[in-house]
Write a protein that binds this ligand. Structure first.
Ligand code: GDP
Ligand code: ZN
Length: 462
């Protein structure tokens, strides 16, 4: 185990929940805690067994002042998350008192942890590999249950195991290459080598291809489908966002064009995580404030995975509506005809023609009609049965995807090289590169700076 100082941080989200936890990790964790903790049983923390919980008070050793009533857990390494000694102080008194406990811990010898430093230690002490560490980060950010399952699967090492197996195959392949280089005089060795090389390399390539194919789904699960709501002013975009969110964060008004900025919300529609964006509409406008919204709307439209195009049942189709249909051509979109509680003025036949194969859903958001039909349309568009399978190894991390794509290139070059009969030592280079790139996913052969960068993305206290 590496030698580190003792770190501490509040490891529960700020302002959330009634209990806040101050966590310490490191060689001094127990002695620092012992200095400021008075258990009701009067036992020193140095005497109590590991993995036990104690009730007592945090007392400032300087003046004997009681700061907080706590439950304290003691977990001695190496059977802990960081493999170091860990102390967790559960405080009940909200954010002010938890801060005072943290200050006291720091005053007694601990250092404030950097974001992600606990997880970083777990990694550096060999407790978890890099893909698992990243999974911890995904877990913190997971937006839906499904995304959570992907993160948990990854944390348990599913991805790591698969990558390790692929690396092992490449090593075996490289061994064949070595034989060829060491004994070039045996013709049959060379023959055999080519056949085995192609076979093995292709197998690895296919597995990488499969893994990359799941990556889009993984990204969707983790970040949510980028969903943009478009429509002319006043058709009910904000109302739609609100009924999906069942919250009132977007401002609903009677004045056209009052959604001034882009609002993002995460919603879970029958297991499909949506990152919903309400826009100020994409019409031309002279209003500067509104134009910022409009510019950004266009950008969002370009990057959208799903578009919800809203029309007004109570108005005839306008040139602007037709422009919107034009703008979303070729994308995944659903047409929502809103305000069906009002008199029909919209030509539904024309709308269905414009929509082609896309779903057209009618709603009255005011009367809460048609929302479940819309949810049905969204989930059937994106699930089609396939995404439900839980035992797939989804690739959900952007860094993993990038590395895997590079590995895919490298192995393809190796295969092409073998097929076109280029010198075997060049094939060897490509194979070695594939092996290294895969290694970077699980954290073998990564640079210190990369590690620092990764772990700094974590929440404080994790
Ligand atoms: P946006 O400008 O497209 O975001 O439209 P809003 O969501 O702000 O809605 C504009 C107005 O239409 C508000 O007064 C809403 O209450 C109203 N509205 C929204 N949906 C319906 C509906 O289904 N029926 C009726 N009658 N009014 C609606
Ligand atoms: Zn609006």
């Amino acid at each position: 185990m590496l030698d580190f100082d003792t770190i501490a941080a509040i490891s529960t989200p700020m302002g959330e929940g009634a209990i806040a936890i101050v966590r310490l990790s490191g060689e001094e964790a127990v002695s620092i805690a012992d200095r400021i903790f008075k258990s009701v049983s009067n036992k020193s923390l140095n005497e109590v067994p590991s993995h036990t919980i104690h009730y007592g008070h945090i007392v400032d050793p300087k003046n004997g002042q009681t700061i907080e009533e706590v439950m304290l857990s003691i977990m001695k390494g190496p059977k802990t998350f960081t493999r170091e000694d860990i102390i967790e102080i559960n405080c009940h008194g909200g954010i002010v008192s938890v801060n005072r406990v943290l200050q006291l811990v720091l005053a007694n010898g601990a250092r404030l942890a950097e974001p992600g430093e606990f997880t970083k230690r777990a990694f550096l002490n060999g407790r978890i590999d890099l893909s698992q560490a990243e999974a911890v980060m995904d877990l913190i950010r997971a937006k839906t249950d499904k995304a959570m399952n992907v993160a948990i699967g990854q944390m348990e090492g599913r991805l790591s195991n698969l990558i390790r197996r692929l690396r092992q195959e490449i090593l075996e392949t490289l061994a064949h290459v070595e034989v060829n280089i060491d004994y070039p005089e045996y013709d049959d060795v060379e023959e055999m080598t080519h056949r085995v090389l192609i076979e093995k390399a292709t197998r690895v390539r296919n597995e990488i291809d499969n893994l990359l194919q799941t990556s889009q789904q993984g990204k969707i699960l983790r970040e949510g489908l980028a969903t943009v709501i478009v429509g002319r002013p006043n058709v009910g975009k904000s109302s739609l966002l609100n009924s999906l969110v069942q919250d009132t964060k977007a401002i609903v008004t009677d004045i056209p064009g009052t959604t001034r900025d882009v609002i993002e919300e995460y919603v879970n529609v029958r297991g499909v995580p949506l990152r919903l964006v309400d826009t100020a509409g994409i019409r031309e406008t002279e209003d500067i404030v509104e134009r910022i919204g409009v510019e950004r709307s266009r950008q969002y439209l370009k990057e959208a995975d799903l578009i919800l195009l809203v029309l007004n049942y109570n108005e005839e189709l306008t040139a602007e509506d037709r422009k919107l249909f034009e703008a979303v051509k070729g994308m995944d979109y659903i047409v929502i005809v809103n305000k069906t509680d009002l008199e029909q003025k919209l030509d539904m036949e024309e709308v269905k023609n414009l929509a082609g194969s896309r779903s057209v859903v009618t709603t009255s958001l005011l009367q809460e009609q048609g929302i479940s039909e819309l949810e049905e349309a969204i989930s059937s568009l994106f699930f089609m049965g396939t995404i439900e399978s839980q035992d797939l190894t989804y690739l959900s991390n952007t860094r993993h995807i990038a590395l895997l794509a590079q590995a895919q290139n490298a192995i393809n070059e190796a295969i092409e090289g073998i097929e076109s009969g280029i010198p075997i030592d060049i094939v060897q280079i490509d194979l070695t590169r594939t092996w290294e790139l895969l290694g970077e996913i699980i954290g073998d052969a990564v640079h210190e700076s990369l590690i620092d960068q990764l772990f700094s993305q974590f929440c404080l206290g994790k």
